[in-house]
Ligand binder design. Structure first.
Ligand code: ADP
Ligand code: MG
Length: 614
């Protein structure tokens, strides 16, 4: 028909377009294949990738396998064994149901499927290249399914060029396996990257065992088990102590009815469950939500499994109440929680929802925060709390001028007299033109931050060698971020070498953050890099420094010796931005003499004596 521009897309092209939705990157392929294995009832899933999944992604399982007919059907679009009728979508318990994944993947790769059911004697091998069926043949293979995806996007150069470095893609893959391993503790997982084993996780008896294998003893020691239900919602899992936070959501794992899920509506509930966390701090958590399947809408995005709830308020209440209850127990060591839900694909398929019968684990007595220790030795300054001596006398002897020249005009004080420390940990000082209440932790944070920034900019970092080089293992995404900015980290004073597989050896740290946990600082830095992106070099450098400073400065800030405190007060006066901590919030609250006069209704004259004149 002349002039007509509308054509049916060939199935091949249509598949490629759909592939863009399902298969964004190698990790998405890994996810779809692992989920098929889970749906097939596998108890063992092995993933192997080369070159970040660009060259090869292989996933094999010991699940139910397929007979020859099914094997030939499986890579067809809308071929699925999982739903028959539209209504089934409502109660679908399996992970996939669109019948799109294999069709999409095989249209953008060289795809090999080998599979056998345990009732068949021979297996079937199906070979597809760029969506074209190349061959179907008999093959020998164990019961189960193995899928090889070679040369992903070989026929879609545009998508190929969007892939990130192979480390980044590999990090995404590791993260994908991590999340699924956390979702299915009873399934054994192996991940090999370029022939090297990244994970070998035996089938676990309990969620705690799996998380211990996965996240490590230390992470788990800072997590509190919780389990309880509200109405038709059961929530359980492990919640990080309030101090065990990150500046992003990378430590928050959410599972809905056994599946890894992004559930934005849950984030607000988490914030409520943890009142009073610092600005932007996110608790680490493994949160498992069980609710009847018909309350869950998973049909939001084909690749990112974003979940919406029809009983949002119930979910929210369950999350906040159960987690709060557990947190009131305060920081505790590891305790076993209820075993996780057995992710039984049969019950899930039938749409069952298992709610707990037992009561939540007992919570230990609340923790009382001790008052900050006040320094005993060398009391240089009068202490308002202990009294004694005349203010005039001590004012004379303990008045300090900020030494050195070039003090900016905006400096909060050129001289100061520390009056004492309040039992709340704040420091009371008389300063130029009034008095100042100082938060020593915030002040130190600012000082350390500016020092770190100055040092990393000047290219002359002061670093402190560690007596014993430390081996630090980072989560995949963190490790990839750290790798990206290795030279910059060295510039900041880290002595750090990658060992591969997320493991680093650290033999020196910047002076300003010495004495803090290497792993934490590196993870924080990595998070800053991820959040700011490498392109905004200064931005991430600032954020990394802010986080590192926050960590380093908060330790023992309320226990500074008098000499140390004085150094902080002096250094703060020389900061470019002394009034606020890098993460926001004030370092000090200043009240001017004039303000006092005004409030006391005293005009002109002023209080009798005792002022620090400027
Ligand atoms: P969906 O998972 O949405 O059904 P897929 O394209 O991922 O669609 O898979 C198509 C079909 O192939 C599945 O419904 C299932 O019957 C079969 N299949 C895929 N992977 C496996 C596997 N690892 N083991 C057994 N059957 C599988
Ligand atoms: Mg699927």
């Amino acid at each position: 028909m002349p002039g007509s521009v509308i054509m049916m897309l060939s199935p091949n092209v249509a598949n490629k377009i759909a592939a863009g939705e399902v298969v964004e990157r190698p990790a998405a392929v890994v996810k779809e294949l692992m989920e098929n294995s889970v749906d097939a009832g596998a108890t063992r899933v092995e993933v192997s990738v080369t070159a970040g999944g660009r060259k090869l992604i292989a996933v094999s399982d010991n699940g139910c396998g397929m007979n020859r007919d099914d094997a030939m059907m499986a890579p067809e679009r809308h071929a699925t064994s999982k739903i028959r009728e539209v209504e089934d979508i409502e109660k679908v318990g399996t992970l996939g149901f669109r019948g799109e994944a294999l069709a999409s993947i095989s249209s953008v790769s060289r795809f090999f499927l080998r599979t056998r059911t345990k009732n068949d004697e021979t297996g079937t091998e199906v070979e597809i290249s760029g969506g074209r069926l190349i061959d179907v043949r008999d093959c020998g293979c164990p019961p189960g399914t193995e899928i090889l995806v070679r040369d992903l996007f070989f026929n879609v150069p545009a998508r190929r060029s969007f892939l990130k470095t192979f480390q980044t893609e590999q990090a995404h893959i590791k993260n994908m396996v991590y999340v699924h391993a956390a979702a299915y503790p009873r399934i054994a997982f192996v991940l090999k990257c370029d022939g090297e084993e990244a994970y070998r996780l035996p089938a676990a008896e309990s969620l705690a065992d799996r998380l211990r294998d996965l996240a490590g003893e230390e992470d788990l020691a800072h997590m509190i088990p919780f389990d309880g239900s509200c109405g038709r919602v059961r929530v359980h899992g492990f919640a990080g102590e309030p101090g065990w936070t990150r500046p992003d959501r990378a430590g928050q794992y959410i599972f809905v009815n056994g599946r890894p899920a992004a559930a934005p509506s849950v984030y607000a509930a988490l914030n409520e469950a943890y009142p009073g966390l610092g600005e932007g701090r996110r608790p680490q958590i493994y949160l498992y939500i069980e609710t009847p399947p018909d309350f869950v809408d998973v049909n939001v995005h084909p690749a990112k499994r974003e979940v919406r709830f029809r009983n949002n308020s119930e979910i929210r209440q369950a999350v906040t109440e159960v987690i709060r209850g557990a947190l009131r127990g305060g920081p505790v060591g590891m305790r076993e929680a209820e075993p996780p839900p057995v992710t039984d694909w049969n019950t899930e398929r039938a749409g069952a929802c298992v709610l707990p019968s037992g009561t939540p684990p007992p919570v230990p007595p609340p923790v009382v925060f001790s008052q900050p220790e006040l320094p005993s030795g060398d009391v240089l300054y009068g202490d308002v709390l202990s009294g004694g001596g005349s203010a005039g006398e001590r004012g004379e002897e303990a008045k300090f001028s900020v030494a050195g020249d070039g003090l900016p005009a905006t400096a909060p004080w050129s001289e100061f007299r520390i009056i004492g420390r309040l039992s709340s940990g704040y420091v009371l000082m008389e300063t130029s033109g009034g008095y100042t209440v100082l938060d020593p932790a915030a002040a130190r944070e600012r000082v350390v931050y500016e020092r770190l920034l100055a040092e990393s900019a000047g290219g002359e970092p002061h670093s402190q060698g560690l007596l014993m080089p430390q081996t630090v293992e980072l989560k995949p995404a963190d490790a990839a971020a750290v790798l990206k900015v290795l030279p910059q980290l060295k510039g900041m004073g880290f002595g750090i070498e990658p060992f591969g597989n997320g493991v680093f050896s650290v033999d020196a740290v910047p002076d300003a953050v010495s004495g803090t946990d290497c792993r934490e600082i590196l993870a924080e830095t990595a998070a800053a890099v991820i959040n700011a992106g490498t392109r905004h070099r200064d931005l991430w450098r600032e954020r990394a420094a802010a986080m590192a400073a926050g960590k380093a400065a908060s330790r023992g800030a309320y226990r500074l010796s008098d000499g140390e405190l004085r150094m902080v007060v002096e250094a703060l006066a020389r900061c470019d931005m002394p009034y606020a901590r890098p993460s926001g919030g004030p370092t000090m609250i200043f009240t001017s003499n004039r303000d006092l006069d005004r409030r006391f209704g005293r005009s002109g004259g002023g209080a009798p004596g005792g002022r620090v004149e400027t």
